[in-house]
Design a protein around this ligand. Sequence first.
Ligand SMILES: Nc1ncnc2c1ncn2[C@@H]1O[C@H](COP(=O)(O)OP(=O)(O)OP(=O)(O)O)[C@@H](O)[C@H]1O
Length: 684
Amino acid sequence: MHSTHGIGKFVELVQREVSSGGRNAVKTQREYLVLEYAPAKRGYPGDKLFVPTDQLDQLSRYVGGEAPVLSKMGGSDWAAAKGKARKAVRDIAVELVKLYSARMASKGHAFGPDTPWQRELEEAFPFAETPDQLQTIDEIKADMEKPIPMDRLLSGDVGFGKTEVAVRAAFKAIQEGKQVAMLVPTTLLAKQHLETFTERFAGFPVKVRPLSRFQTAKQARETVDGLADGTVDMVIGTHRILTEKVAFKDLGLLIIDEEQRFGVEHKDSLKKLKTGVDILAMSATPIPRTLEMAVTGIREMSTLATPPEERHPILTYVGPRSDKQIAAAIRRELLREGQVFFVHNRVQSIQRVAAQLGELVPEARIAVAHGQMGEHQLEQVVDDFWERRADVLVSTTIVETGLDISNANTIIIDRADKYGLSQLHQLRGRVGRGRERAYAYFLYDENKPLSETAADRLETIAVNNDLGSGMQVALKDLELRGAGNLLGAEQAGHIAGVGFDLYLRMIGEAVSTFRGEEVDGPAELRLELPVAARIPEDYIDSERLRLEAYQKLSAAAAVSAKDDAIDLVVEELTDRYGRPPAEVEGLLAVARLRRRAAQAGLTDVVAMGPNLRVAPARLPESMRIRLQRLYPKAKLLAGGEALVVPLPTAGGAALGDADLIAWTGQLLDQLFPVATTAASPAAS
Ligand SMILES: Nc1ncnc2c1ncn2[C@@H]1O[C@H](COP(=O)(O)OP(=O)(O)OP(=O)(O)O)[C@@H](O)[C@H]1O
């Protein structure tokens, strides 16, 4: 994405010779990123934009979920897309801030301090809590003890122990005679959480009931009556809690698992349920830092970022489907008394696939589960698998969100190329939740060609299998869902229009504006000097690695980067590719100059023929006097929108690259001092 022209397609890196023009023209080799835009008129080839590699800060990687529409060059297209997104963002910001102020104004219940039973419950936890779990639990209790209703989002990778946090929050509410409702997206998850909560509350006079399609009408009615008269302390269920118009005697806490999975049709009944009660939302989709900052103070967030101890990364294999491979994987798991998930997402062919597996591994007891089965049959099959009366569960993705079966530590995903990244990540999270080493096999049909994005997705999930990495960059679509979780699913369209990062920045700005805070969007800086500033092929031959190096350098030169960021990039380049040659030194010096100019809030430092143009140049009187003394031939354009200084020459010839950069750095130091600790280029 280009800040002016919008969404373009990266084509290649090219070298170009440019001259600085004017009398003593200097020719230098520059490297450019070539981007292709939509054609101005139908039927014409797309327009091409050449972006100098030392100006990559104008570019950011587009991430928006589905394939983006290329903008037309010139910026009107892009401005329109931004305008639309900005309007949508403003609406969200208003919504978010309204919710926030409504919450601040409403009266919630201030829970008392922990009871002795609370401590007893918590000491009975069979594991050592992770530091994040402990911190999150404390944050939640503090929120609950405030008179203002809590609205906290707990995000954490699959299997990181969110449920235990919910157990303790629920118990605290029940201790005060309040009721708790837990909303989960699937019947299986409802059943699983019911088991966990019932087990954890055993020994305490607490009544927990399920409410999903697994319950008969009679059971459901008993539960609904119990909630109305207060004899049922906690209900764990699916959207049936919303559709059954459940009335609570005294609801104190609402826990929502994977809120973004509840369709907009439940939005209103959810909103009604939420009024005046403490809310704990849980999500396995990482909420991006940028979004977190954007909504800080509007929505409290907690993150479980460390895995429970002794969790091993899941060994992930990506490859063509082969019976031998499948048989070996199942046998290995059965040998260690373990169980296997086999995910096949087509109901029509799932029985045939199960029969095939039965032939492949006759000694394995195979069970089949899919969403179109009757309630009881589905529950029976899942129970069989749970109670280890089955070794292999062949199922559709219904297994994705639920089933914390610590004895199942192999998952085989058929036609893995058919799944999105987040789904693969969540499916894989179904195994490796205990201490056993877990295995994941992502198989594809070698007779059906893999699309490039599918191959890229599988490659990404195979490479990123360390725990909790959240696979930041690659799992942007998870983050998109995370954003949907926070902002409402209908925003996906706008995010696609301008890309994820810009959209989040817009939210942050909109929220700050709405709160009357000053929004200082980073000024776009154009810095162009006729110096050799590029990475030659003989230093880094791969285009991808060269692009990566340019991007790292551009990020390090940003105002928000740390002072030593550029030095760290130099170290990394030197370690990987050896001492940087002169041209790369030029690139590094330009990066330092760029950062310096950005810190001074300049928008232009551009060599034009024999002069250097610096803008804006609103110099105080004292600085003008200094300017006259130091640069007598300099011209300060009226209103201070620019300063034009003749470029120095050495005996009639143009300065060498390093000298020119040093001279420019010195000029900035002298005329545009900033209160920064960074050593200025002149000094370096
Ligand atoms: N601190 C811990 N140490 C070891 N194991 C833990 C810890 N906390 C939870 N577990 C166990 O890890 C497993 C996964 O926990 P849990 O189901 O709460 O994860 P989750 O974050 O809710 O996963 P998902 O996102 O899939 O719902 C459970 O068997 C739980 O008992």
